[in-house]
Design a protein around this ligand. Structure first.
Ligand SMILES: Cc1cc2nc3c(=O)[nH]c(=O)nc-3n(C[C@H](O)[C@H](O)[C@H](O)COP(=O)(O)OP(=O)(O)OC[C@H]3O[C@@H](n4cnc5c(N)ncnc54)[C@H](O)[C@@H]3O)c2cc1C
Length: 523
């Protein structure tokens, strides 16, 4: 008899447990980057009504799964427990990798379930798991988010800076990038604002060595579009906003991240308050000084070059029109590019020998913006062009370094843009390379998210992505090194040999090859 009763009692007990509420109302709703809140106990459906972001996400989830027959809402609009898109967590305290390199921080539990009395129905603590969170709202992060949003994915972007950037670094947008930008509707407005540069001219010692024509380098975009980076970024943000309103969250800084088998948990700060989110994948587009890269333990050897440049945007009275012109002079290269609004950018290599007082002054203070007078005098001395320093709208100085991350994929985190590879700006390909990363990783992530909702990782797909991008980045980095070497100061004999060699290359069939190289056809 005893032997029979025990199993029956156990069976009843098991059944009773199953009928009891399995979880309690949410302790925390983690909604993208909203400050963590402690909502009053209420059914998830009502919480969703009061929080439009949650409601929107539930609608998206429902829309996607309804066709497959998933019932995520119970009659009466209540959320069913454990739908695959909504995570229930009851994990214990964890330790996260801190980005500032400090000791692992004990983190509060996310959405821990606690039984509550007096409530009907079992409610799980909900933590919305985004498809992808992009860390870094620079040009690369924003384009990556737009490409993923265009595929119907849910992709918030965390950007540390509260204000829009006004710095103009990159100006050249190459044809393969225009193809990518076109996928999110950004190419046409960008081209409408930009100056189309159809020709590059090489000059030396007062004569033209030859030209590189971009008009046959690409069938659709027969030019390199020149537009200041801040304007390009503005256009990208507008496109992202129309594809996924509200997805760019300014003033949110990532502080720590934890990788779990099926997702990544992100911890950040916004206006002094803690924010948390979960995502199947994270794109780290947090720039050349990427703290995420460091936190993931990814090595990125740094190579510094001796070259120092000054640059200046001034009113263009040169008569050079829409040509990009490279003056290969004995004291160092002077490059100039047309910009919208009758402006021209001059980039001048400082003479490292230090036989010019002005040069030495700037070299010693690497980050100081140079005087526009100094840039104008260097340009006049080397090229004979007369600039009006009074019209300068921007001056800056920069040194050159190269930093290529040894790996760009670590579990569920993918590094792209300058976070993955910083290369010399001479040649103007850094931002473009980052965009090509974004274009290459978007389908890999979309496929991973389609298969089992992104829970499973396919390391082979990520490895193939990583290797292909690595080849492309190494090619660009080498090309930038060659550009820098060509522009360095030389003696009379080497200078003359350089003139002859370049002149030949720009008149032989190699000229077309150079056009393809300088418009990133092979990257
Ligand atoms: C002088 C100069 C000229 C250049 N010219 C060209 C050119 O003509 N063509 C070209 O292709 N490239 C050029 N480049 C390179 C180009 O500017 C960079 O490659 C490009 O800005 C990289 O974009 P990104 O989005 O990867 O990084 P960034 O532009 O650095 O953006 C990273 C973003 O991440 C944010 N962030 C960082 N940490 C966090 C965090 N913890 N949480 C949240 N947000 C965070 C930052 O605030 C920033 O907004 C030039 C560079 C220089 C310096």
């Amino acid at each position: 008899m005893r032997v029979e009763r025990r199993p029956r009692r156990r069976g009843r007990a098991v059944r009773r447990r199953r009928l009891e509420p399995r979880a309690a109302p949410p302790r925390r709703l983690v909604q993208g980057c909203s400050p963590v809140r402690q909502p009053r106990a209420r059914p998830a459906a009502r919480a969703a009504q009061r929080h439009p972001a949650v409601a929107g996400r539930l609608r998206r989830v429902l829309g996607r799964d309804a066709a497959a027959g998933a019932h995520l809402l119970r009659p009466g609009g209540r959320a069913a427990l454990d739908p695959p898109q909504l995570d229930r967590r009851g994990a214990g305290p964890r330790a996260a990798r801190r980005l500032d390199g400090g000791p692992p921080a004990a983190l509060p539990r996310l959405g821990r379930a606690r039984p509550r009395r007096g409530r009907r129905g079992p409610w799980a603590a909900l933590v919305i798991t985004h498809d992808v969170v992009v860390v870094g709202g620079g040009p690369v992060g924003v384009l990556a988010a737009a490409l993923l949003a265009a595929r119907g994915l849910d992709v918030p972007v965390w950007e540390r800076r509260a204000e829009e950037p006004s710095l103009s670094r990159a100006i050249g947008v190459h044809p393969p990038s225009l193809d990518v930008l076109d996928r999110v509707g950004a190419a046409k407005p960008l081209v409408a604002d930009a100056v189309p540069v159809r020709r590059g001219v090489a000059r030396s010692g007062g004569r033209t060595l030859g030209t590189v024509d971009f008009d046959r380098a690409h069938p659709r975009w027969p030019f390199v579009a020149a537009l200041p980076q801040h304007r390009t970024e503005q256009l990208l943000r507008q496109r992202l906003e129309s594809l996924a309103p509200g997805s760019l969250r300014r003033g949110v800084s990532l502080d720590a991240l934890e990788q779990e088998p099926e997702r990544v948990l992100l911890h950040g700060t916004a206006e002094g308050r803690t924010v948390e989110a979960a995502a199947r994948f994270v794109i780290a587009a947090d720039g050349a000084r990427s703290s995420l890269r460091g936190a993931l333990g990814i090595d990125a050897p740094l190579r510094r070059y001796p070259d120092r440049y000054v640059m200046c945007d001034v009113a263009d009275d040169t008569g050079l029109g829409a040509d990009a012109v490279v003056h290969l002079e004995r004291r160092g290269v002077v490059e100039s590019f047309p910009l919208p609004g009758g402006v021209r950018r001059f980039v001048v290599l400082l003479d490292a020998d230090g036989d010019d007082d002005g040069d030495v002054g700037v070299v010693q203070d690497r980050d100081a913006a140079p005087d526009a007078e100094l840039v104008a005098s260097l340009v006049a001395e080397r090229t004979g062009l007369d600039l009006d320093p009074g019209t300068a709208t921007m001056t800056s100085a920069f040194g050159v370094q190269r930093r290529l991350a040894r790996r760009t994929v670590a579990g569920r985190v993918v590094l792209i843009g300058d976070a993955a590879h910083e290369i010399s700006p001479i040649g103007g390909q850094g931002m473009n390379l980052g965009w090509l990363d974004a274009a290459a990783v978007a389908p890999v992530l979309a496929r991973a998210l389609r298969a089992a909702g992104g829970r499973r990782l396919d390391p082979a797909a990520f490895r193939a992505y990583e290797e292909a991008r690595r080849r492309s980045v190494v090619r660009s980095a080498r090309q930038a090194e060659i550009n820098m070497a060509l522009g360095r100061p030389v003696g009379t004999v080497v200078g003359a040999a350089r003139q002859v060699g370049l002149s030949a290359a720009l008149h032989l069939p190699t000229r077309r090859l150079l056009a393809s190289l300088y418009s990133m056809r092979f990257v």
